[in-house]
Design a protein around this ligand. Structure first.
Ligand code: PMP
Length: 389
């Protein structure tokens, strides 16, 4: 039997063949000249992908949660006021992490499927002296997307550091870190960056680095401490050997390939490709009478969609049927709604054919579960959107 099911969850995603092939190369020393060059190239290309030419890059073995941990542990000191803007599960995770490092957090929680208004954020920023704010670009639990440009502008207005959880957005949704003045943009390899899980990636602004250098207390997380990683990143950037913790050599080799793919596509082309596919997919889903958790198109992510099952459809049976039909999607993540919706990732190198396969599989499962609709409806809608616009 062929084992080629399409992995359409919001990370890990389907990876490009040249990225997977790169993973299989013989592992070199982490101080081999060719590896030093590869790591240095990754740092240069991360800056291009993040649109942060002056940013301080950190590439460390770990997942996205480590990138969050790194931002929090290096920038927070005991008693600092931190504002958490939450659009779902991962906003709440950020609050937990920040509290571990002694932050006094205030969390603004959006209603499910919605965002926190700029007025609400601004009003809160006026109430006390915040050191930093965190926000999730795309919350993977809801498929809701916020506007980082406007939130970062507010942070700047009140002289507050801004930290963007871009785990489900970097290299898929538009982010202009330097132009928009975002102090930290962090992500993980397994999503739109297009590399198997295992890398935490983070870019910090000069302002964030100054704040770190001005700390009065030691960073209480040894592994995440930038004091340990800064000399390593500087060395690789200057193409010199160095060591703190052994880097995941094969993943870094794969990262170089994926970042080259991203840059050769063109970052703006990549953003608009994600947008077009997502819009087409949402219109196709709507044509079947299905609804997304995101309450309107302007705040719906382009990297994934969170979709309610129609009334009367058993979610577990639906996902199992999709899998039998060759497409793997993810179930719900929000504890209260877990059984009410599913999630489809559409990021990285996902293309039109993948999305047609997803729609075909959704129709297969709905049809088997006796949902009333005309077969082919969503595929027709998708094709009209893609081929006629
Ligand atoms: N933030 C967001 C928005 C995410 O989607 C995820 C992972 N789904 C994380 C943080 C945590 O990343 P990881 O699972 O790689 O630790």
């Amino acid at each position: 039997m062929r084992n080629n099911k399409l992995l359409m969850i919001p990370g890990p995603i389907e990876f490009d063949a040249n990225v997977l092939n790169a993973m299989q190369q013989k592992t070199s020393s982490h101080v081999a000249p060719s590896f030093i060059e590869t790591f240095g190239n990754c740092i240069d290309m991360v800056k291009k992908t993040w649109l942060a030419p002056k940013g301080q890059v950190f590439i460390v073995s770990g997942s996205g949660t480590l990138a969050m941990d790194m931002a929090a542990s290096n920038l927070v000191e005991q008693g600092d006021n931190v504002l958490v803007i939450s659009t779902g599960y991962f906003g709440e995770r950020f609050e937990n992490i920040l509290q571990r490092y002694g932050a006094k957090t205030t969390i603004l929680k959006a209603e499910i499927g919605n965002i926190v208004s700029l007025e609400t954020i601004e009003k809160e920023l006026q109430t006390k002296n915040y050191k930093l704010l965190t926000f999730t670009h795309v919350d993977t639990s809801t498929g809701v997307m916020v506007d980082p440009k406007q939130i970062a502008a507010l942070a700047q207005k009140y002289n507050v550091l801004s930290i963007l959880d871009g785990v489900c957005s970097v290299a898929g949704e538009e982010i202009q870190q330097e132009n928009w003045g975002i102090d930290v943009v962090l992500t993980a390899s397994q999503k739109a960056v297009g590399v198997p899980p295992g890398l935490a990636l983070l870019v910090a602004s000069e302002k964030a680095m100054n704040s770190f250098h001005n700390r009065k207390t030691l960073v209480s997380n040894y592994y995440a401490d930038w004091t340990n990683w800064l000399p390593i990143m500087k060395a690789y950037e200057e193409r010199r050997p160095s060591y703190f913790g052994t880097p995941p050599v094969n993943l870094i080799v794969a990262l170089e390939v994926s970042l080259k793919n991203i840059i050769s596509e063109g970052i703006d082309n990549r953003f608009s490709r994600h947008q077009k596919l997502a819009n087409a997919f949402r219109s196709a889903i709507a044509s079947l009478g299905l609804k997304t958790i995101a309450t309107n198109n302007d705040i719906a992510a382009n990297t994934l969609s969170a979709i309610y099952y129609p009334e009367g459809i058993d979610g577990a049976a639906f996902c199992a049927l999709m899998s039998d039909n060759g497409v793997i999607v993810a179930g719900g993540l929000l504890p209260d709604l877990k059984t009410k919706y599913f999630r489809v990732g559409h990021m990285g190198s996902t293309d039109e054919q993948d999305m047609i396969a997803v729609l075909s599989s959704i129709e297969y499962a709905l049809n088997k579960l006796n949902y009333e609709f005309k077969l082919g409806t969503s595929i027709k809608k998708f094709q009209e959107f893609i081929y006629k616009s």
